[in-house]
Each structure stands twice: as structure tokens, then as C-alpha cells.
Design a protein around this ligand. Structure first.
Ligand SMILES: Cc1ncc(COP(=O)(O)O)c(C=O)c1O
Length: 364
């Protein structure tokens, strides 16, 4: 072995500079009240377990369907498009990676709202691309500078509903962020929790060909552990992205689970209703405790407290084995001179939320 070899220097310079995305904590011991990574607190449809068992006993020795035809047929009905508008992936994070690899070259620029999903920036850096933030006003609307930045970008990502804020932007606002010569990615990881479920109307608009909607089964379908997401876009876009993906990017068990889950819309609707009801209750209790709580259309709430000691509260909850997400965004706001921080709390079961509220009452 050559002991003088410096492995760190062998990485591509872009990777050497990279800090890397840090996902939310996933404690491996039991006993935690876990409200930090926007998972669904309810189990998936029983049809999912049945489908996984069936697939596990009959088809593991063969490669999965590289085109995931059955899932695409089922999903296309939901979105009122043909199956060639759908590209499944190993979680919607993989779809985001495929998008960057398909469209964005080293040196090109992407943009996304700030605060929003930090992973977009990490993916750009891996690609050797640069990123710009789309600045937001105090009411989470886009500044006029944001519109200019978006228009000159090669790719614009907008989570709708946004994370961590849970707000939604209207189609009219989104249209103003359309790049002149690029792709607009509407990240609808939390789309099923909206008051008005999105029907893909932007895809039918004059910008239709530029728009890619990404969706996940991790949240509304309770399948975060399965890793399954998909893109909805014009067939020309999907065909290009298919060239970039791994041949078998979705596995036999995840395909079986995803097909079963998407077929049981009644189950998903029942869980969504329960989550939205608990969301209303949590928001009003937090308000009574002196928090400012943003109206949310997702399965989480963004809240800030007058005392400003969000990190301490996060730590104190963690000491009680309750995990919420403390989030800190330096250089935010319209003038890029603000520190925005607060707590993002996933909507759990009513029992989990009671545990949280009891703890907060004791701490405050
Ligand atoms: C805005 C946003 N997009 C995408 C994802 C990724 O979801 P998936 O589990 O499908 O990779 C997340 C996960 O939390 C998210 O918050």
C-alpha cells in the first residue's frame, strides 16, 4: 500500500469543496417522538404489505421492469396524462439528481427560493454548477430580484408547498419565475396535503414543455422507507431523462409497494384528513404558547417564538426524546442580511402531538 497517497486530493475539486447535505436525524433506538423529517405517522395501506410479500416470494431472482410500466399507467390516470409523461425514481431526491445531470452543465446556474430545500444547492455543487437564491419578502412572496434571477437561470426549483414554511405560491406567481431558456421544477413532495390538490394545470399552460413536476410517495403514502418518487413532464423531457437514469433505478419490492399504495387512494385520503385536523389543533395550541405559526398546506408547521431561543428549545425537547427540526438560514430575506431561524414540526399522531405539547408547556 502506498502510504504517501493522499486520497482526499483524488476527489474531483467540486467534491473536495463540498460540505454535503446533512439529512434530519434518524435515531435507531426506540422510544423517540419523531417529528423532524416530515414522515407520515400512520402506516401505509395494508395492500402495500400484501404486495411486497407477494413480490418477495415470486420475483426477486429477476431484474425489475426498467420502465416501471404498471406504476406509470396507474399514475398517469391520476394526473390525466399518458404514461409516457411519467418517470419513476428511487425517491424524488433521485429525480432531482437526474434533472441536474440531464440539464445542467458545469458552470451553469440554478436557482431556488431561500429558505427552502437545501439539497438543490448540494446537487448543483456536485455537478460543478453554481446556484443563486431567490430572495423572499417577509410574507414569503418573491422579490422582484427573485424574478430576474429565475429568468436567467438554467433550472429553477420551487417546492410547493415550500419547506420549511409550508406556504404555497399561486400558479400566477410561479409563472413569473419561468426561466427564459431553462427548466422549471415544481417540487410537490408535499402536494397531497394542499387544500386544493394540484392537478398539473401548469403543465397545460404555455410553459408546459419547460415544467417538470416531482412527487414522492414518502409523505402522503407513508413510504419513506421504500424510496419511491416520480416526475411528471412532457414526453420529450421524460425521454431525455430516461437516458440518464440507472437502468434499474426502482427495485421489485419498491415498485410493488408503490403500485399498491397509489391504487388505494381512500387510505391516503383518510390519513391526509387526520393529519390536516391535527395540524389545525397543533397550530392553535402553539399560538396559545406564544409562538408565531405560519399557515401551512403541508404535513408540518413552521413556528418561531418571541424569546428567539429556538435552538435551546430544540435541545430541551431532544433531552426528553422528542425530535423536531431546528433550522437556521443565514443571509436570508430581501436584503440577504437576516438570520431566519425557527422550528419545523412534523404533524404526528394526536398522541405524539400531546407528548410534544406537554413537554413545551413544562419547558416554557
Ligand atoms: C421539498 C422536498 N423535496 C423532496 C424531498 C425528497 O423526498 P424523497 O423521500 O422522495 O426523496 C423532500 C424530503 O423531505 C423535501 O422536503
Amino acid at each position: 500500500m502506498n502510504s504517501n497517497l493522499n486520497i482526499s486530493n483524488l476527489f474531483r475539486p467540486d467534491v473536495q469543496r463540498l460540505i454535503g447535505y446533512i439529512p434530519g436525524e434518524q435515531p435507531q433506538q426506540t422510544g423517540w417522538t419523531k417529528l423532524n423529517t416530515n414522515e407520515n405517522p400512520y402506516p401505509p395501506s395494508p395492500l402495500v404489505v400484501e404486495a411486497i410479500q407477494k413480490a418477495a416470494t415470486s420475483s426477486l431472482m429477476q431484474y425489475p421492469d426498467p420502465l416501471v410500466k404498471h406504476f406509470r399507467e396507474l399514475t398517469s390516470e391520476l394526473f390525466h396524462v399518458d404514461p409516457d409523461w411519467i418517470l419513476p425514481g428511487n425517491g424524488s431526491d433521485e429525480i432531482l439528481t437526474i434533472l441536474l445531470r440531464s440539464f445542467v452543465d458545469a458552470g451553469e446556474s440554478i436557482a431556488f427560493p431561500y429558505p427552502s430545500y437545501i439539497l438543490y444547492g448540494t446537487l448543483a455543487e456536485i455537478q460543478g454548477a453554481v446556484f443563486e437564491h431567490l430572495p423572499l419578502n417577509a410574507d414569503w412572496s418573491f422579490t422582484s430580484e427573485a424574478k430576474q434571477i429565475a429568468q436567467r437561470s438554467k433550472m429553477v426549483f420551487v417546492p410547493n408547498p415550500n419547506s420549511p414554511s409550508g406556504n404555497c405560491w399561486s400558479d400566477a406567481e410561479l409563472k413569473q419565475l419561468m426561466p427564459t431558456n431553462g427548466i422549471f421544477v415544481l417540487d410537490e413532495a408535499y402536494g397531497d396535503f394542499r387544500d386544493q390538490p394540484h392537478s398539473g394545470e401548469l403543465l397545460q399552460s404555455e410553459f408546459g414543455k419547460q415544467i417538470v413536476i416531482t412527487r414522492t410517495l414518502s409523505k402522503s403514502y407513508s413510504l419513506a422507507g421504500i424510496r419511491f418518487g416520480f416526475a411528471v413532464a412532457h414526453p420529450e423531457v421524460i425521454a431525455g431523462m430516461r437516458k440518464v437514469k440507472d437502468s434499474y433505478n426502482c427495485n421489485t419490492l419498491s415498485i410493488a409497494a408503490a403500485c399498491a399504495a397509489i391504487s388505494d387512494q381512500q387510505w391516503t385520503q383518510k390519513d391526509k384528513d387526520a393529519i390536516c385536523k391535527t395540524r389545525t389543533r397543533l397550530a392553535s395550541s402553539l399560538t396559545e404558547f406564544g409562538f408565531d405559526v405560519l399557515p401551512s398546506q403541508a404535513n408540518f408547521l413552521w413556528c418561531t417564538h418571541k424569546t428567539g431561543s429556538h435552538e435551546t428549545l430544540y435541545e430541551q425537547l431532544k433531552d426528553r426524546k422528542i425530535l423536531v427540526r431546528y433550522m437556521k438560514y443565514p443571509q436570508a430575506g430581501p436584503q440577504s442580511d437576516q438570520l431566519i431561524d425557527g422550528l419545523r414540526i412534523t404533524i404526528g399522531t394526536d398522541d405524539q402531538i400531546d407528548t410534544l405539547l406537554t413537554a413545551i408547556r413544562e419547558i416554557l
